[in-house]
Design a protein around this ligand. Structure first.
Ligand code: SF4
Ligand code: SF4
Length: 399
C-alpha cells in the first residue's frame, strides 16, 4: 500500500507537538474551533491533532489505508482553523509548519490512488467528470441563471464574471449570482460571462484528493479563458477564487483574480453606487476560502460599513477565528460531516443570533445555502435571515 503523498510531508508531520490546542476548548464542544470535532463523534480522529497522529501512524506502519479510515479522513472541511490556532510556526517566516489541511489533502490523494473512496465522494468525482458539474445537469443549463441580469456574453469586456457550480445550478446560489451580476451591471462594471463554456473550477475536486480531475478542469478552463481573451476574472464563489488564485498558476493560468466584494467595495467607494441606507443590525460570516485561506476580511466589512443606518456587529468568533459553516473541503456536496443539532452551520447560526443581529451577511453561495438551511432547522426564519452582501446593498441602493 503506497503512501507517496504523505511520505513527502514526513518532516512537517514530525513537528506536531501533540498539544491539542487546535481542538479548541474540548470541554465545551460549542467552543471547539474544528467544526468536525464540534459536530463530533467524540473520537480523537475527528480532531486536527488526531489527523496528524493517524498520518504519523501510517508512516510508521502501525495502520494502513482502508475504507473505514477513508470515512474519517474525508470528514474535514479544509477550513484551516487548525492552521491559525497551531503554535508550531516557522520562527523566521511565521508560516505554519504542521498545516493539518495539507496533511489531510495528502492522505486523500493517497486514498484516491489506492482506491479507497467513500461512495458520496466517488459520486461527486463521477458527476464532475461526466458532466463538468456536480449537479449532473447538462452544460447548456450553466448560463440560465443570468437571464434578466443584463450581463452579456463575454466578448472582450474588462472582466469575466465566473458564477461557479453553486451560483450556476443551485437555486439559492442562482439568486446570489443574479443579485451580484445585476448590481455590477447597474454600477457600470464592464463584464461578461462564458456560461456553458466553463467547467467546474475544480477547487473541491482538488481538496478531495482527485489531482487528475483538478488538472483536467483547470487546463480546460485556462484554455477557454485564453481563447476568449480573458485577462481579469471576478468570482462569485470564494472556492473558485481560491482555485484560480492559488492553483491555476501551476498550469499557466495567470489571470488577475478578484472576489466580487473587492469590485463592489471600489464601486461604492468611488460613487458608482449611491446608498440611501438600511436600518438593520447585521453580523458577517467570513467564508474560509476568502478569509483564512486568502486573507480577505476587510472588503465585505468595508462595504457594509458604508450603508447608512446599518449596525455591523461581530460574532465572538470572527476573521481568523471564524467558525466554518461546514460547506468547505467538498463537504457541501459529499455531506461526510453530517447534520444534526450540532452541525457546524447550526452552531454558527446560534452564534450569529447571540449578537442580536437580524441579518447574517454572507459572501459565498455555499455559506448562503448551508446557513439558510440552518436558520430553518433552528426555526428562527421569522426573525432572522441570511443575505448575501450584494442583496443587502441592493436593498440599500438609492432609487
Ligand atoms: S481544516 Fe478545519 S475541519 Fe479540517 S481538521 Fe482543521 S479545523 Fe478541523
Ligand atoms: S497540529 Fe499544532 S496545535 Fe495541533 S496538536 Fe499539533 S502542534 Fe498542537
Amino acid at each position: 500500500m503506497e503512501a507517496l503523498h504523505l511520505k513527502a510531508l514526513r518532516e512537517k508531520i514530525s513537528k506536531c507537538m501533540g498539544c491539542g490546542i487546535c481542538r479548541g476548548v474540548w470541554e465545551r464542544k460549542d467552543q471547539a474551533m474544528c467544526p468536525v470535532w464540534a459536530t463530533g463523534t467524540g473520537f480523537e480522529d475527528s480532531t486536527p491533532r488526531g489527523r496528524v497522529t493517524v498520518a504519523q501512524d501510517i508512516l510508521d506502519g502501525f495502520i494502513q489505508y482502508s475504507m473505514p479510515l477513508a470515512e474519517s479522513v474525508f470528514r474535514c472541511t479544509d477550513c484551516a482553523c487548525c492552521v491559525t490556532t497551531c503554535d508550531s510556526m516557522d520562527p523566521e517566516t511565521g508560516d505554519p509548519i504542521v498545516d493539518v489541511p495539507s496533511i489531510v489533502a495528502a492522505m486523500r490523494m493517497d486514498l484516491v490512488e489506492n482506491g479507497f473512496v467513500p461512495p458520496h465522494v466517488r459520486d461527486y468525482f463521477k458527476a464532475v467528470h461526466v458532466n463538468g458539474n456536480p449537479y449532473k445537469l447538462p452544460q447548456e443549463q450553466r448560463g440560465k441563471w443570468a437571464k434578466g441580469t443584463g450581463i452579456e456574453p463575454f466578448s472582450g469586456q474588462d472582466y469575466l464574471f465566473f458564477a461557479g457550480d453553486v451560483g450556476s445550478f443551485d437555486e439559492r446560489g442562482q439568486v446570489m449570482a443574479r443579485s451580484v451580476a445585476t448590481l455590477l451591471v447597474k454600477g457600470g462594471v464592464s463584464l461578461g460571462t462564458l456560461s456553458d463554456r466553463e467547467l467546474s473550477d475544480g477547487n473541491d475536486a482538488r481538496v478531495l484528493g482527485e489531482a487528475g480531475l483538478f488538472q483536467y478542469l483547470a487546463e480546460h478552463n485556462i484554455e477557454t479563458f485564453r481563447e476568449a481573451g480573458v485577462k481579469k476574472i471576478i468570482s462569485l464563489d470564494p472556492h473558485s477564487f481560491n482555485a484560480f488564485k492559488k492553483y491555476y498558476p501551476e498550469f499557466g493560468g495567470d489571470f488577475e483574480i478578484f472576489h466580487y466584494t473587492q469590485i463592489l467595495e471600489t464601486l461604492i467607494r468611488d460613487g458608482g453606487l449611491v446608498l440611501s441606507g438600511l436600518k438593520a443590525r447585521v453580523t458577517y460570516h467570513d467564508p474560509c476560502y476568502l478569509g483564512r485561506h486568502n486573507g480577505l476580511y476587510d472588503p465585505p466589512r468595508n462595504i457594509l460599513k458604508k450603508v447608512p443606518g446599518l449596525d455591523l456587529v461581530e460574532m465572538k468568533r470572527n476573521k481568523k477565528s471564524a467558525f466554518c459553516c461546514g460547506g468547505g473541503g467538498g463537504n457541501f456536496f459529499t455531506d461526510m460531516v453530517g447534520g444534526g443539532i450540532n452541525s457546524p452551520s447550526r452552531i454558527r447560526v446560534r452564534e450569529a443570533l447571540e449578537t442580536g443581529a437580524e441579518i447574517l451577511a454572507v459572501t459565498c453561495p455555499l455559506c448562503a445555502k448551508m446557513l439558510d438551511d440552518a436558520v430553518k432547522d433552528e426555526g428562527v426564519e421569522d426573525r432572522f435571515r441570511v443575505m448575501d452582501v450584494s442583496e443587502i446593498i441592493t436593498e440599500a441602493v438609492a432609487g
